[in-house]
Design a protein around this ligand. Sequence first.
Ligand code: ATP
Length: 314
Amino acid sequence: MKKVFCIGEALIDFVAEKQGSDLSKAVQFTKKAGGAPANVACAISKLGGKGIFIGCVGNDPFGKFLLDVLKHEGVDISLVQLSKTFTTLAFVSLAEDGERDFVFSRGADKELEYDHDLRKTLKGNILHLGAATALLGGSLEKAYGKYLFDGLTKEMFISFDPNYREDLWKDEQEVFIKKCMPFIEKSHLCKFSKEEAQLLSGKSDIHEACDVLHEVGTRIITVTLGGEGTLLSAQGMKKIIPSIEVRPVDTTGAGDAFIGCLLNQISNLGNFDPVFEDFALLEKMVAKANKAGAITTTNFGAIVALPTKDQLEV
Ligand code: ATP
Protein backbone atom coordinates (compact mmCIF):
# COMPACT_ATOMS: atom_id res chain seq x y z
CA MET A 1 0.00 0.00 0.00
CA LYS A 2 1.36 3.40 -0.97
CA LYS A 3 1.34 6.41 1.32
CA VAL A 4 -0.83 9.44 0.64
CA PHE A 5 0.79 12.71 1.71
CA CYS A 6 -1.78 15.49 2.13
CA ILE A 7 -0.14 18.90 2.29
CA GLY A 8 -1.77 22.13 3.40
CA GLU A 9 -3.81 23.61 6.18
CA ALA A 10 -5.34 22.29 9.36
CA LEU A 11 -7.41 24.97 11.05
CA ILE A 12 -10.15 25.55 13.58
CA ASP A 13 -13.61 26.41 12.29
CA PHE A 14 -15.58 28.33 14.91
CA VAL A 15 -19.16 27.89 13.79
CA ALA A 16 -21.74 30.27 15.30
CA GLU A 17 -24.27 28.27 17.28
CA LYS A 18 -27.24 30.46 16.44
CA GLN A 19 -27.50 30.59 12.67
CA GLY A 20 -29.45 33.39 11.04
CA SER A 21 -27.47 36.21 12.59
CA ASP A 22 -24.28 37.82 11.39
CA LEU A 23 -20.97 37.40 13.20
CA SER A 24 -21.28 40.74 14.98
CA LYS A 25 -24.24 39.32 16.90
CA ALA A 26 -23.02 35.74 17.38
CA VAL A 27 -22.37 34.82 21.01
CA GLN A 28 -21.57 31.11 21.12
CA PHE A 29 -19.37 29.16 18.75
CA THR A 30 -18.63 25.46 18.32
CA LYS A 31 -14.98 24.58 17.80
CA LYS A 32 -14.43 22.16 14.90
CA ALA A 33 -11.28 20.71 13.36
CA GLY A 34 -11.06 21.62 9.69
CA GLY A 35 -8.89 22.27 6.68
CA ALA A 36 -9.46 20.29 3.48
CA PRO A 37 -6.06 18.47 3.34
CA ALA A 38 -6.41 17.46 7.00
CA ASN A 39 -9.90 16.12 6.26
CA VAL A 40 -8.58 14.14 3.27
CA ALA A 41 -5.82 12.58 5.40
CA CYS A 42 -8.51 11.56 7.92
CA ALA A 43 -10.71 10.14 5.14
CA ILE A 44 -7.83 7.94 3.98
CA SER A 45 -6.92 6.73 7.48
CA LYS A 46 -10.54 5.97 8.38
CA LEU A 47 -10.68 3.75 5.28
CA GLY A 48 -7.62 1.82 6.47
CA GLY A 49 -5.09 3.62 4.26
CA LYS A 50 -1.88 5.47 5.07
CA GLY A 51 -2.92 9.12 5.37
CA ILE A 52 -0.09 11.46 6.24
CA PHE A 53 -0.73 15.12 7.00
CA ILE A 54 1.97 17.72 6.35
CA GLY A 55 1.11 21.18 7.59
CA CYS A 56 1.98 23.78 10.18
CA VAL A 57 -0.06 24.50 13.31
CA GLY A 58 0.59 26.81 16.25
CA ASN A 59 2.33 25.50 19.33
CA ASP A 60 -0.82 26.39 21.26
CA PRO A 61 -3.98 24.69 22.60
CA PHE A 62 -5.73 24.86 19.21
CA GLY A 63 -2.78 23.25 17.46
CA LYS A 64 -2.77 20.54 20.14
CA PHE A 65 -6.52 20.00 19.60
CA LEU A 66 -6.01 19.57 15.83
CA LEU A 67 -3.16 17.12 16.30
CA ASP A 68 -5.20 15.14 18.84
CA VAL A 69 -8.08 14.85 16.35
CA LEU A 70 -5.79 13.75 13.50
CA LYS A 71 -4.01 11.23 15.73
CA HIS A 72 -7.33 9.86 16.96
CA GLU A 73 -8.34 9.21 13.34
CA GLY A 74 -5.09 7.33 12.70
CA VAL A 75 -3.37 10.01 10.61
CA ASP A 76 0.44 10.07 10.66
CA ILE A 77 1.33 13.50 12.09
CA SER A 78 5.09 12.99 12.38
CA LEU A 79 5.77 15.54 9.60
CA VAL A 80 3.63 18.32 11.08
CA GLN A 81 5.57 21.50 11.84
CA LEU A 82 4.90 23.62 14.94
CA SER A 83 5.11 27.40 14.93
CA LYS A 84 5.17 30.20 17.49
CA THR A 85 2.43 31.84 15.40
CA PHE A 86 -1.15 31.05 16.46
CA THR A 87 -3.10 28.23 14.78
CA THR A 88 -5.16 29.40 11.79
CA LEU A 89 -8.78 30.18 12.73
CA ALA A 90 -11.97 30.72 10.74
CA PHE A 91 -15.20 32.11 12.19
CA VAL A 92 -18.37 31.31 10.28
CA SER A 93 -22.03 32.23 10.62
CA LEU A 94 -25.02 32.02 8.32
CA ALA A 95 -26.66 35.44 8.20
CA GLU A 96 -30.43 35.91 7.83
CA ASP A 97 -30.26 36.34 4.05
CA GLY A 98 -28.50 32.95 3.77
CA GLU A 99 -25.12 34.58 3.06
CA ARG A 100 -22.12 33.26 4.93
CA ASP A 101 -20.53 35.76 7.28
CA PHE A 102 -16.86 34.84 7.49
CA VAL A 103 -13.79 36.10 9.31
CA PHE A 104 -10.52 34.40 8.53
CA SER A 105 -7.55 34.77 10.82
CA ARG A 106 -4.64 33.23 8.99
CA GLY A 107 -1.87 32.05 11.26
CA ALA A 108 0.54 29.14 11.37
CA ASP A 109 -0.64 27.25 8.26
CA LYS A 110 1.12 29.73 5.96
CA GLU A 111 4.46 28.97 7.61
CA LEU A 112 4.92 25.41 6.40
CA GLU A 113 8.52 25.10 5.23
CA TYR A 114 9.54 22.99 2.25
CA ASP A 115 11.52 19.96 3.35
CA HIS A 116 14.05 18.88 0.74
CA ASP A 117 14.78 15.62 2.56
CA LEU A 118 11.19 14.55 2.07
CA ARG A 119 11.82 13.89 -1.61
CA LYS A 120 13.12 10.40 -0.94
CA THR A 121 10.07 9.56 1.17
CA LEU A 122 7.61 10.97 -1.35
CA LYS A 123 9.07 8.99 -4.25
CA GLY A 124 6.70 6.30 -5.53
CA ASN A 125 3.84 7.52 -3.33
CA ILE A 126 0.87 9.86 -3.72
CA LEU A 127 0.96 13.61 -3.07
CA HIS A 128 -2.34 15.44 -2.59
CA LEU A 129 -2.25 19.22 -2.92
CA GLY A 130 -5.62 20.50 -1.78
CA ALA A 131 -5.26 23.49 0.49
CA ALA A 132 -7.82 26.26 0.36
CA THR A 133 -5.16 28.58 1.76
CA ALA A 134 -1.98 27.53 -0.09
CA LEU A 135 -2.34 29.98 -2.95
CA LEU A 136 -2.83 32.91 -0.55
CA GLY A 137 0.93 33.23 -0.05
CA GLY A 138 3.41 32.47 2.71
CA SER A 139 6.07 29.77 2.73
CA LEU A 140 3.24 27.21 2.29
CA GLU A 141 2.67 28.54 -1.24
CA LYS A 142 6.40 28.32 -1.99
CA ALA A 143 6.49 24.75 -0.63
CA TYR A 144 3.54 23.81 -2.86
CA GLY A 145 5.39 25.04 -5.91
CA LYS A 146 8.61 23.29 -4.93
CA TYR A 147 6.98 19.94 -4.23
CA LEU A 148 5.27 20.21 -7.60
CA PHE A 149 8.28 21.17 -9.65
CA ASP A 150 11.19 19.61 -7.84
CA GLY A 151 11.45 16.76 -10.30
CA LEU A 152 8.84 14.81 -8.41
CA THR A 153 6.09 14.77 -11.00
CA LYS A 154 7.60 11.78 -12.80
CA GLU A 155 8.28 9.90 -9.62
CA MET A 156 4.94 10.05 -7.89
CA PHE A 157 1.20 10.44 -8.42
CA ILE A 158 0.03 14.01 -7.89
CA SER A 159 -3.53 14.99 -7.10
CA PHE A 160 -4.83 18.59 -7.00
CA ASP A 161 -8.05 20.06 -5.59
CA PRO A 162 -8.16 23.86 -5.94
CA ASN A 163 -10.69 24.21 -3.09
CA TYR A 164 -11.90 27.60 -4.29
CA ARG A 165 -13.40 29.65 -1.48
CA GLU A 166 -15.47 32.60 -2.61
CA ASP A 167 -14.86 34.30 0.75
CA LEU A 168 -11.11 34.32 0.16
CA TRP A 169 -10.93 35.15 -3.56
CA LYS A 170 -14.05 37.06 -4.58
CA ASP A 171 -12.12 40.20 -5.56
CA GLU A 172 -9.21 38.32 -7.14
CA GLN A 173 -10.63 35.50 -9.21
CA GLU A 174 -8.18 36.11 -12.06
CA VAL A 175 -5.21 35.76 -9.71
CA PHE A 176 -6.68 32.50 -8.37
CA ILE A 177 -7.15 31.10 -11.88
CA LYS A 178 -3.60 32.02 -12.88
CA LYS A 179 -2.14 30.45 -9.73
CA CYS A 180 -4.03 27.18 -10.30
CA MET A 181 -2.79 26.62 -13.85
CA PRO A 182 0.66 25.12 -13.05
CA PHE A 183 -1.02 22.68 -10.68
CA ILE A 184 -3.53 21.60 -13.32
CA GLU A 185 -0.66 21.27 -15.77
CA LYS A 186 1.50 19.06 -13.56
CA SER A 187 -1.05 16.98 -11.64
CA HIS A 188 -2.10 13.53 -12.79
CA LEU A 189 -5.58 13.87 -11.25
CA CYS A 190 -7.64 17.00 -10.62
CA LYS A 191 -10.80 17.10 -8.54
CA PHE A 192 -13.05 20.04 -9.25
CA SER A 193 -16.52 21.05 -8.13
CA LYS A 194 -18.79 22.14 -11.00
CA GLU A 195 -18.22 25.80 -10.10
CA GLU A 196 -14.44 25.35 -10.03
CA ALA A 197 -14.40 23.59 -13.40
CA GLN A 198 -16.45 26.44 -14.88
CA LEU A 199 -14.38 29.19 -13.27
CA LEU A 200 -11.01 27.69 -14.21
CA SER A 201 -11.95 26.84 -17.81
CA GLY A 202 -14.17 29.81 -18.61
CA LYS A 203 -16.76 27.35 -19.99
CA SER A 204 -20.26 26.89 -18.57
CA ASP A 205 -20.66 23.41 -20.11
CA ILE A 206 -18.78 20.99 -17.85
CA HIS A 207 -17.87 18.63 -20.71
CA GLU A 208 -16.27 21.52 -22.58
CA ALA A 209 -14.69 22.66 -19.32
CA CYS A 210 -12.97 19.27 -18.99
CA ASP A 211 -11.61 19.51 -22.54
CA VAL A 212 -10.08 22.91 -21.79
CA LEU A 213 -8.58 21.69 -18.51
CA HIS A 214 -7.14 18.52 -20.09
CA GLU A 215 -5.41 20.77 -22.60
CA VAL A 216 -3.71 22.52 -19.69
CA GLY A 217 -2.20 19.16 -18.77
CA THR A 218 -4.02 16.95 -16.25
CA ARG A 219 -4.94 13.48 -17.54
CA ILE A 220 -7.74 12.54 -15.14
CA ILE A 221 -10.53 14.93 -14.12
CA THR A 222 -13.37 14.34 -11.69
CA VAL A 223 -16.08 17.00 -11.44
CA THR A 224 -18.17 16.41 -8.32
CA LEU A 225 -21.85 17.20 -8.82
CA GLY A 226 -23.42 16.73 -5.36
CA GLY A 227 -26.44 14.38 -5.46
CA GLU A 228 -25.99 13.85 -9.21
CA GLY A 229 -22.67 12.03 -8.73
CA THR A 230 -19.42 12.78 -10.53
CA LEU A 231 -18.35 13.48 -14.09
CA LEU A 232 -15.28 11.39 -14.85
CA SER A 233 -13.15 12.53 -17.78
CA ALA A 234 -10.06 10.52 -18.77
CA GLN A 235 -8.49 8.61 -21.63
CA GLY A 236 -10.60 10.60 -24.15
CA MET A 237 -13.86 9.44 -22.49
CA LYS A 238 -16.42 11.16 -20.28
CA LYS A 239 -19.13 9.65 -18.13
CA ILE A 240 -21.33 10.80 -15.27
CA ILE A 241 -21.06 8.18 -12.53
CA PRO A 242 -24.20 8.32 -10.34
CA SER A 243 -24.00 8.47 -6.57
CA ILE A 244 -26.16 6.50 -4.12
CA GLU A 245 -29.41 7.89 -2.75
CA VAL A 246 -29.15 9.39 0.73
CA ARG A 247 -30.90 11.91 2.95
CA PRO A 248 -28.29 14.63 3.40
CA VAL A 249 -28.19 16.64 6.62
CA ASP A 250 -24.81 18.40 6.20
CA THR A 251 -22.70 18.37 3.02
CA THR A 252 -19.49 19.58 4.73
CA GLY A 253 -16.58 17.32 3.88
CA ALA A 254 -18.30 15.35 1.09
CA GLY A 255 -15.71 16.48 -1.45
CA ASP A 256 -12.86 15.57 0.91
CA ALA A 257 -14.39 12.14 1.55
CA PHE A 258 -14.71 11.66 -2.22
CA ILE A 259 -11.10 12.48 -3.09
CA GLY A 260 -9.79 10.66 0.02
CA CYS A 261 -11.61 7.49 -0.98
CA LEU A 262 -10.45 7.76 -4.59
CA LEU A 263 -6.80 8.26 -3.58
CA ASN A 264 -7.03 5.44 -1.05
CA GLN A 265 -8.06 3.06 -3.83
CA ILE A 266 -5.26 4.30 -6.08
CA SER A 267 -2.82 3.76 -3.18
CA ASN A 268 -3.74 0.08 -3.19
CA LEU A 269 -2.61 -0.44 -6.81
CA GLY A 270 0.82 -1.97 -7.40
CA ASN A 271 1.69 0.84 -9.80
CA PHE A 272 -0.16 3.83 -11.21
CA ASP A 273 -0.38 2.67 -14.86
CA PRO A 274 -3.93 1.18 -14.65
CA VAL A 275 -5.52 4.55 -13.82
CA PHE A 276 -4.21 5.93 -17.11
CA GLU A 277 -5.21 2.89 -19.16
CA ASP A 278 -8.33 1.30 -17.69
CA PHE A 279 -11.44 3.54 -17.78
CA ALA A 280 -13.67 0.79 -16.35
CA LEU A 281 -11.41 0.55 -13.29
CA LEU A 282 -11.59 4.32 -12.80
CA GLU A 283 -15.39 4.17 -13.09
CA LYS A 284 -15.54 1.60 -10.30
CA MET A 285 -13.24 3.68 -8.12
CA VAL A 286 -15.29 6.83 -8.67
CA ALA A 287 -18.53 4.97 -7.84
CA LYS A 288 -17.03 3.92 -4.51
CA ALA A 289 -15.73 7.44 -3.87
CA ASN A 290 -19.25 8.78 -4.61
CA LYS A 291 -20.56 6.46 -1.92
CA ALA A 292 -18.00 7.81 0.56
CA GLY A 293 -19.09 11.38 -0.29
CA ALA A 294 -22.77 10.47 0.02
CA ILE A 295 -22.35 8.78 3.43
CA THR A 296 -20.52 11.88 4.71
CA THR A 297 -23.59 14.03 3.98
CA THR A 298 -25.78 11.90 6.25
CA ASN A 299 -24.06 13.05 9.44
CA PHE A 300 -23.14 16.45 10.90
CA GLY A 301 -19.53 17.70 10.82
CA ALA A 302 -16.72 16.85 8.42
CA ILE A 303 -14.28 14.47 10.11
CA VAL A 304 -16.82 12.67 12.32
CA ALA A 305 -19.03 12.00 9.31
CA LEU A 306 -16.30 10.46 7.13
CA PRO A 307 -17.05 6.76 6.56
CA THR A 308 -15.01 3.89 7.95
CA LYS A 309 -14.00 0.93 5.77
CA ASP A 310 -16.86 -1.14 7.23
CA GLN A 311 -19.49 1.54 6.52
CA LEU A 312 -18.29 1.76 2.93
CA GLU A 313 -18.37 -1.99 2.35
CA VAL A 314 -22.03 -2.41 3.46
P1 ATP B 1 -17.05 20.34 -0.77
O1 ATP B 1 -17.01 19.30 0.32
O2 ATP B 1 -15.86 21.21 -0.77
O3 ATP B 1 -18.35 21.08 -0.86
P2 ATP B 1 -17.66 19.21 -3.38
O4 ATP B 1 -18.52 20.37 -3.81
O5 ATP B 1 -16.71 18.65 -4.33
O6 ATP B 1 -16.85 19.53 -2.08
P3 ATP B 1 -19.98 17.49 -3.43
O7 ATP B 1 -20.15 17.55 -4.89
O8 ATP B 1 -21.02 18.13 -2.59
O9 ATP B 1 -18.58 18.02 -2.90
O10 ATP B 1 -19.86 15.98 -2.98
C1 ATP B 1 -18.82 15.11 -3.38
C2 ATP B 1 -19.42 13.80 -3.83
O11 ATP B 1 -20.21 13.24 -2.76
C3 ATP B 1 -20.38 13.95 -5.01
O12 ATP B 1 -19.68 13.84 -6.23
C4 ATP B 1 -21.33 12.78 -4.78
O13 ATP B 1 -20.82 11.60 -5.32
C5 ATP B 1 -21.40 12.66 -3.26
N1 ATP B 1 -22.57 13.41 -2.77
C6 ATP B 1 -22.60 14.68 -2.31
N2 ATP B 1 -23.87 15.05 -1.99
C7 ATP B 1 -24.66 13.99 -2.24
C8 ATP B 1 -26.07 13.72 -2.14
N3 ATP B 1 -26.92 14.65 -1.71
N4 ATP B 1 -26.52 12.51 -2.52
C9 ATP B 1 -25.68 11.55 -2.97
N5 ATP B 1 -24.35 11.74 -3.11
C10 ATP B 1 -23.83 12.94 -2.75
